[in-house]
Design a protein around this ligand. Structure first.
Ligand code: GAL
Length: 462
């Protein structure tokens, strides 16, 4: 059966700076909060760090050739803020500018559209020390200034900008549960961090729209992540719990942009822990995305929890469960990936349909979707059939969402390369390309060859 995607559909692959670049202190780069976090014993599996990672910093030509071989139409990478501004603000590091110039030029030469993310979690450590990172009042202006440096230097060639990657993860895992850098735990800080992330995003967008977009003609938006939440039963209470869980996950960031305020459920439950969107904030944030970027990985059941019962949920990926009174679970027969995330392709379709319904069918790009498996490298090959099945399942449902009217524009697999998977270090492999230990040689897995065919056919041939 053929599943044809729309003409002009963007087929891409994604990575991020800290996860692949390495060269953590080369050529004037300043330290990021992830450089520091990795030095603290016990924070990252096996004591792994991004010091070398995939050594992409020294292997641009090889990696762009790989992308070309796979046939990628677009490549989503992130710019390392401390490589551009080593102290977070002030002096620009020309070597950092040169590095991204080289990458962008080589991508364009290869016919691959660059998609640049401005913030994928590697905050300059200086800003964490000096202003409290995303909790600091000055952070949104600092981010907009940094964004301006990027628009100025790269905007003549980069036409697709993503401001912030996954504000939910930055807020909840970085400032709430403390499992990601900067490792803080609090039940109020995440909501302040989230507020500042939204303002930072919106200030960068305002700058782009006023100063750069008229001549550069690019598009700019934000990427948020959300897993689907399916009501565990048909009861009104469980349906409301699932909706509430989605609001605390995605609507937290998308409602202010598409509706001008935080969801009512959050305002009621969080009280003064949720900053108020003032009229000035609203003016800044409302309408500040040219497209809807979504990272999507999995699905869980949601049930209404009696007060307190959800606290300390073993699943961890529900945010601060006690704020929501939602209990999360998975069905015993759902297959799991190496992250223990359930493989539920229909959840992706429901997620897309929820976005279309709630936000008036905006143009959507899935900027990440993928899976970790315990791949085996045998005779220089990786037969990752489970990953191919995962992608076929998810793309099949995305295709169905398009048939059902969702305004889908593109899809980026996570990830082009096996890389540094944050607190899991190198133990979790998401790539369609393996990295041979020691030599760091790139070895396309079977899924890379499969993806090449998908791109060539502009769809699935099942
Ligand atoms: C996302 C993140 C990526 C990648 C992926 C897999 O949340 O943006 O950097 O790590 O998850 O866990």
């Amino acid at each position: 059966m053929k599943k044809q995607f729309p003409d002009q559909f963007t087929w891409g692959g994604a990575t991020s700076s800290y996860q692949i670049e390495g060269a953590w202190n080369a050529d004037g780069k300043g330290p990021s909060i992830w450089d520091v976090f990795c030095m603290i014993p016990g924070k990252v599996h096996n004591g792994d760090t991004g010091n070398v990672a995939c050594d992409h910093y020294h292997r641009i030509a090889e990696d762009v050739a790989l992308m070309k071989q796979i046939g990628l139409k677009a490549y989503r990478f992130s710019i390392s803020w401390p490589r551009i501004l080593p102290a977070g603000r002030g002096a620009v590091n020309q070597n950092g500018i040169d590095f991204y110039n080289k990458l962008i030029d080589q991508l364009l030469e290869a016919g691959i559209e660059p998609w640049a993310t401005l913030y994928h979690w590697d905050l300059p450590a200086a800003l964490e020390f000096e202003i409290g990172g995303w909790l600091g009042e000055e952070i949104s202006d600092a981010f907009a200034d940094y964004a301006g440096v990027c628009f100025q230097h790269f905007g003549d060639r980069v036409k697709n900008w993503i401001t912030i990657n996954e504000a939910w993860v930055v807020s909840i895992l970085g400032y709430g549960l403390g499992v990601f850098a900067p490792g803080r735990t609090s039940n109020a800080a995440p909501y302040l961090a989230g507020h500042n992330l939204l303002k930072a995003h919106a200030k960068a967008v305002r700058l782009y729209r006023e100063k750069y977009q008229p001549a550069q003609h690019g598009q700019i938006g934000i990427t948020n992540n959300c897993d689907w939440r399916e009501p565990l039963t048909d009861t009104a209470a469980d349906k409301a719990a699932a909706e509430r869980a989605l609001e605390f996950f995605l609507a937290w960031f998308a409602d202010p942009i598409y509706k001008g305020d935080y969801p009512e459920s959050m305002k009621t439950r969080l009280g003064s822990r949720l900053p108020e969107i003032t009229p000035a904030d609203r003016e800044l944030i409302f309408g500040s995305s040219d497209f809807f970027g979504l990272n999507h990985y999995t699905t869980m059941y949601a049930a209404d929890a009696a007060e307190g019962a959800a606290a300390g949920s073993v699943y961890g990926n529900g945010g601060l469960s006690e704020d929501q009174d939602v209990s999360l679970s998975v069905a015993p027969d759902w297959a799991l990936t190496g992250m223990q995330w359930a493989i539920v392709p229909w959840g992706c379709r429901k997620m897309l349909e929820w976005i279309a319904a709630r936000y008036d069918n905006p143009p959507v790009y899935i900027t990440e979707n993928g899976c970790a498996f315990d791949d085996k490298l045998e005779d220089g090959q990786v037969h990752d059939v489970a990953r191919i099945a995962f992608f076929e399942g998810y793309l099949g449902e995305i295709h169905q969402a398009i048939q059902n009217g969702v305004n889908m524009r593109g899809y980026f697999i996570w990830s082009l390369l096996d890389n540094f998977e944050w607190a899991s270090g190198y133990s979790k492999k998401f790539g369609i390309t393996a990295i041979e230990p020691e030599t760091l040689r790139r070895i396309p897995k079977d899924s890379a060859l499969w993806y090449k065919t998908v791109i060539l056919n502009n769809g699935l041939n099942l």
